[in-house]
Design a protein around this ligand. Sequence first.
Ligand SMILES: Cc1cc2nc3c(=O)[nH]c(=O)nc-3n(C[C@H](O)[C@H](O)[C@H](O)COP(=O)(O)OP(=O)(O)OC[C@H]3O[C@@H](n4cnc5c(N)ncnc54)[C@H](O)[C@@H]3O)c2cc1C
Length: 410
Amino acid sequence: MRSGKKIAVIGGGAAGMMAAATAANRGLEVYLIEKNRRLGQKVLITGKGRCNITNGTDIQGFVDNVPVNGRFLYSAFNAFSNWDTVAMLEDFGVPIKIERGNRIFPKSDRAKDVVYAMTERLKRSGAHIVQDEAKAVVSKDGCVSYVELQNNGKLYVDSIIVATGGLSYPKTGSTGDGYRFARENGHTIVKPEPALIPLEIYENWPKELQGLTLKNIKIKVLDNKEKSVYEDFGEMLFTHFGVSGPVILSASSYIKKPQENRYKLRIDLKPALSIETLDNRVQRDFGKYSRKIFSNALDDLLPRAMIPIIINLSQISPVKEVNQITREERLRIVHLLKALELSIKSFRPIKEAIVTAGGVSTDEIDPKTMESRLINGLYFAGELIDVNGYTGGFNLQIAFSTGYLAGSSC
Ligand SMILES: Cc1cc2nc3c(=O)[nH]c(=O)nc-3n(C[C@H](O)[C@H](O)[C@H](O)COP(=O)(O)OP(=O)(O)OC[C@H]3O[C@@H](n4cnc5c(N)ncnc54)[C@H](O)[C@@H]3O)c2cc1C
């Protein structure tokens, strides 16, 4: 039974799809405006196409994994929790599995199954999908009035939910339009910055290793006073500009103004071995290859592509016979394997960030409803708000929870 109240949701990503279906399920007349031909373009590329949907931690765990304004999300996480997300997907035939770090994925490892479930939920809710671009959000006398559309004129509504995402991966549609809509309605925008972002490095050698993934390594990020600001264990990747991959993206959340602060990245290539055990291992290998030259003695220890790099950094001649390598030289090699250092230059551009930090100030949004404190009937959901989580499924859950709260409050 329709109530006659009309709602526009701008943006058909995780937050907007959730908001639109939730509002339509309440009997409201809902128009979901999406400029792309297809919904959920960003969800499709999440988790390398596997979609880390959410996390198995508790509500406090979620708040703790949102480094900026986590407390703002208590009501949203309570209104629609990780287990609500799981139940919603299972209702639409998408069973889940839990992996390391409580990360929740679809059992199929296919992000498109998540998009399918969300699209089905939306269709069944009766929400109208309008393929068009919102050009302006117009309010009058402190209340929302209409959405100006590129091709369909003015859409007069009672409430507008803005869920246009941030500035990262703009090819998926998130080009920052919502910041302008919010600003034009009097809202403060905390400067959008890249978060969960690859790092540019001063040294040139990572370029020579581009494409190489290191698994089971440990990293440490040190500030300019050599204090450790982050440590992690897992997988990283070398690129043409420096470093990326899961542990690097997570580390970037703990790095502030890298251009000014001269952080160092220290990589332990053999975290399972103490210095002593590794030295014994190197001695064993050197015994085995004692008649060979140095450059032919590291095959058992390192990925092939890394061998010339480590040789170069060790400043030992690659043609030196292994049995001529001194103890001091050998310890230099052990040290490189345990503490390979890189100097962090900068973040990559925001378009390469997994999420955008900054956005619509949480001071001007009611956390219990996601409604603007400045304009009646104006709501915000998803990455556009000044909240962002670490890796582990927290960002999609932010989109689902805030989308749900906006859709059930409007
Ligand atoms: C490569 C990558 C991998 C990721 N992996 C994960 C992961 O595994 N787990 C996780 O939790 N998070 C992940 N994230 C982050 C997560 O995907 C986002 O935080 C989340 O999808 C944001 O949802 P949203 O709905 O707020 O915004 P978006 O998904 O960006 O949706 C915004 C939508 O609004 C539309 N739009 C914008 N402006 C207009 C306009 N003017 N008119 C009409 N439509 C408009 C856009 O086309 C878009 O469809 C990943 C992000 C990236 C880039």
